[in-house]
Each structure stands twice: as C-alpha cells, then as structure tokens.
Design a protein around this ligand. Structure first.
Ligand code: AMP
Length: 280
C-alpha cells in the first residue's frame, strides 16, 4: 500500500493508475477504522482494480460544540488495517493542504434533503460533508465511490450532489455492519462506557421493532414511529434526538410506508451522539 499526504502526490498516483488503464474506486473516511469501513473496501475491490481510501477528519462538518478535537485519530492502526484489507492508496491530507484559507469561500449546500434530521440536529454538517466530498472527488477522480448505509442521509445528499452537479462518479452503498448484539459499528462507539453502550443498544432495538411491525403489515408511519419512540423514551440516561420514517431519497417524512422507505434515528447517551437507520 502506498500512503500519500499531499494533494499533488495523490493526483500523480491516480494519474499513474489511470495511464495503465486501471479503474479507481474510492472510500472516503475519517479514520478510526472498524469493520464497517473495511466492508466498504471489499465492495470497492469488487468493482475496480485500484482502491483509494482517504482518512481525513474534516473540521468543516463538525459544529463548534462537537467532538472534532477529541475525535479518535489512530492513523498507524488504520494504515495497517487498510493495507491488510487490500487498499492500494491511502490518502491522508493535512488540514492545511485541504483548507489553506482555513474555511473555503465556496460551500455546497445540501438543499431540502439535508434540512431535517441530522441536518437539523447538526446545522452546516452536510454542507461540510458535501464540500469535502466534492474536493476529494476532484482530487481522486474515482470512477466509483463507496459509502455506508449507516449514514443514510449522507448517502442521499451525496447522490443528489452527484446527480445535480454532474459528477462523473458512480455511488455504491454498502449495508450497515453491526456488532453481534445489533449496535451499528461507529468510530464514536469507543467513547461509550460499558453502561452507556448497553443503553445505546435500544436505538437498534427500536428500529428493528419498527421493521418487525412493518413486516407484520403496519403501514402507518405514525404507528411505526410510536412503537420506536415508546422504546427509546423508557430508557433512563438516553435522550432521543429524532426518530422518523422517511423517503430514503428525499428525506421527507412519509405518511404511508412503502418498501424502500427508511426509519432514521439519533440518540444521545452521555456525551455521545449516535445515529442508525433501517430500510423497510
Ligand atoms: P466515517 O469515518 O464515520 O466518516 O465513515 C466513513 C464511511 O464509512 C461512510 O461512508 C460511513 O457511512 C461508513 N460507515 C461507518 N460506519 C459504518 C458501518 N457500521 N457499516 C457500514 N458503513 C459504515
């Protein structure tokens, strides 16, 4: 595996692969890698000869009171995991190289898809995500980029950006990887004490209960949401942030639920905010 830090080195490495006629698949991450990230690499390897992974904790997508400073940075371990899984090129740009003027003047706005849910709880988050993804796409110029279903609203805004701004990049989505007890893997899970981890499990349980009710024939979004809310509200020490049934492309609430719609939820446990979703 080749590890490169500067944008110009990255462009050279990609141009070299391209000149050999190789296709490029890209997996953007913020590091602190876990099995969820690594399954994106598996997906990338299935579709292209060269897999590029970026590790960059993007300051632009964190709010002023969020965990940017303490976000886990485990670069040596990440490099080993990425190499073992078959990443060819690892891109670890510095903040100074990505944002030489500190904050960029031009930002990409997520529009109505990014307004509610994560967009409401984390103002400007998706603006930061889309801006860094657009920059990374322009640097790496991949044929395909792979994202996780775990961040479903992110998937929706990225797909819309690619469509509306004509990025020549295919977007693949890999299913959410969970611990055996159902907790969606997340770099932020390492913040949780054993007790907090136990409480956090209720989010996936609530989403699974909503899915079970759908499978049994319930189609009213309000009824499904009520099932999930009841489960979250009875856990002392857990603060529900949102739980809603939405169209997975537009992220608008639906009334009558169809296959392909999603239930999205967020909770806070102690200082940690966690998100999860299921697709009906
Ligand atoms: P992050 O490092 O949290 O920005 O995530 C980088 C990519 O990994 C995003 O596309 C995430 O959706 C994806 N990802 C994170 N956790 C998981 C998971 N548990 N299962 C599948 N993909 C994930």
């Amino acid at each position: 595996m080749q590890q490169v830090e500067t944008i110009s080195e990255m462009r050279h490495a990609v141009a070299d692969a391209r000149s050999k006629g190789k296709g490029i698949a890209f997996v953007p991450t913020m590091g602190a890698l876990h099995e969820g990230h690594l399954t994106l690499v598996d997906e990338a390897k299935r579709v292209a000869e060269v897999v590029v992974m970026s590790v960059f904790v993007n300051p632009l997508q964190f709010g002023p009171t969020e965990d940017f400073a303490r976000y886990p940075r485990t670069l040596d371990q990440d490099a080993k995991l990425a190499e073992d899984r078959g990443v060819d090129l690892m891109f670890t740009p510095t903040q100074a190289d990505m944002y030489p003027e500190h904050a960029p003047v031009i930002l990409i706005h997520p529009g109505s898809i990014g307004k509610e849910w994560e967009g409401a709880v984390r103002p400007h988050h998706f603006e930061g995500v889309l801006t860094v993804v657009a920059k990374l796409f322009h640097i790496v110029m991949p044929d395909v980029a792979v994202f996780g279903q775990k961040d479903l609203q992110q998937v929706a805004v990225v797909k819309a950006m690619v469509r509306d701004l004509n990025f020549p990049v295919g977007i693949l989505v890999a299913p959410t990887v969970r611990d055996p007890d159902g907790l969606a893997m997340s770099s932020r899970n390492r913040y949780l004490s054993p007790k907090e981890r136990e409480l956090s499990l209720m989010l996936s349980k609530a989403l699974f209960a909503m899915r079970d009710a759908f499978v049994r024939g319930e189609r009213r979004a309000s009824a499904l949401e009520a099932i999930g809310w009841r489960m979250l509200e009875r856990v002392v020490g857990l603060t529900p942030r949102y739980l809603a049934v939405v169209n997975a492309d537009t992220f608008q609430r639906v009334n009558s639920v169809r296959h392909g719609d999603a239930a999205v939820g967020a909770i806070r446990v102690g200082e940690t905010k966690l998100i999860d979703n299921i697709i009906f």
